[in-house]
Design a protein around this ligand. Structure first.
Ligand code: PHE
Length: 337
């Protein structure tokens, strides 16, 4: 009986001195582990005289319950303290300034494309699309550019095979739309085009917006009216516009649209090559040959078409002098738009 008393006392001393869960774990195994002091006492039961055994056994079991209960209580207390400590050290100061989060934004080319689309949509134009991998037929032949036509050299074509190209302009969409729909027609066709070319003003991929209007009495003055309105909405209403005769196999007559140089106000500078004018797009009256190949009767219909480069429009609007800046993905550049 005495050893049980001293065992209990030793246990109480140990418990009083323990300061953390590790220490408590050691006490637990010292007393109630497989080779623990208490377990020893239980094993010793068989060597105790039979008349004392019952009582002794009862006391050992009581001590066992006491020790296990006390250890459990202590453990809960330590866990509670540990939780408090973590709550204090891990608490979040919600008054600190937040970490700034950088949101993505639309690429400048697509911002300008959206602006261009808006202007034409407000004039009643619908939006059409066509494939970027295009048949030679639509890219050239149906646009009055037969295989041996010298004007094919103007466009440095990426050939996929003899009959398939990466479209060099958005004009093939004109033909695809005319094959599918009957007049009257009033559409724009934005999209990517490809040319084997690369310098400060050319990249192998760039964007164009094509325009096409067809009806029974569309005239060159309609073309001028629509494009002047567009230029004034896009560059400002005081921007001078002129139509300069040009040549495209799919329009007749053809013209280039120039605007008064926005860098020197028309006085003449390096950018406008001292002419005072900047070229912004090509246009013209749809060539009757193109109507014929698309299944429209040229005796019945007239129309105009135009095509502009979105990169060029963006560069002019924001005075950017190197087209490659658009495709280097330098955030210092892109974040300015
Ligand atoms: N497709 C021509 C080009 O890429 C532009 C154009 C379109 C000219 C429509 C006239 C009419 O240069």
């Amino acid at each position: 009986m005495d050893d049980l008393h001293s065992l209990k006392k030793a246990f109480l001393d140990d418990i009083a001195a323990v300061s953390d869960l590790d220490g408590l774990q050691q006490i637990k195994s010292r007393y109630s582990g497989k080779k623990g002091l208490l377990t020893e006492k239980l094993k010793a039961l068989s060597s105790i005289p039979a008349d004392e055994r019952r009582n002794y056994g009862k006391l050992v079991n009581e001590l066992k319950d006491f020790i296990e209960g006390t250890v459990k209580e202590k453990e809960l207390a330590f866990r509670e303290i540990e939780k408090e400590r973590r709550l204090l050290t891990e608490k979040i100061d919600i008054t600190l300034p937040g970490k700034p989060f950088f949101f993505g934004r639309k690429h400048p080319i697509y911002q300008i494309l959206a602006e261009i689309k808006d202007i034409f949509v407000s004039m009643g134009f619908g939006i059409e699309e066509g494939p970027e991998v295009e048949l030679d037929y639509y890219n050239f032949e149906a646009l009055n550019l037969p295989k041996d036509h010298p004007a094919r050299d103007m466009q440095d074509t990426f050939y996929v095979s003899d009959d398939v190209v990466l479209r060099t302009h958005t004009s093939p969409v004109q033909v695809r739309v005319m094959e599918k729909k009957s007049p009257p027609l009033k559409i724009i066709a934005p999209g990517k085009v490809y040319r084997c070319d690369s310098d400060v003003s050319h990249t192998a991929m760039f964007h164009q917006v094509e325009g096409l209007m067809v009806d029974t009495d569309v005239s060159f003055s309609d073309l001028k009216g629509v494009l002047e309105l567009f230029v004034h909405s896009f560059f400002g209403k005081d921007t001078p516009v002129r139509f300069r005769p040009s040549y495209f196999p799919f329009t007749e007559p053809s013209a280039e649209v120039d605007i008064g140089c926005i860098f020197c106000s028309g006085k003449g500078c390096r950018i406008c090559k001292t002419t005072g004018w900047l070229e912004v797009m090509g246009c013209g009256m749809v060539n009757p040959r193109v109507f014929e190949m698309s299944g429209y009767r040229p005796e019945e219909y007239t129309g105009f078409a135009f095509g502009m480069g979105v990169e060029r429009m963006t560069m002019l609007k924001y005075s950017i002098d190197d087209i490659r800046l658009f495709y280097e993905n330098d955030l210092r550049f892109l974040k300015q738009f």
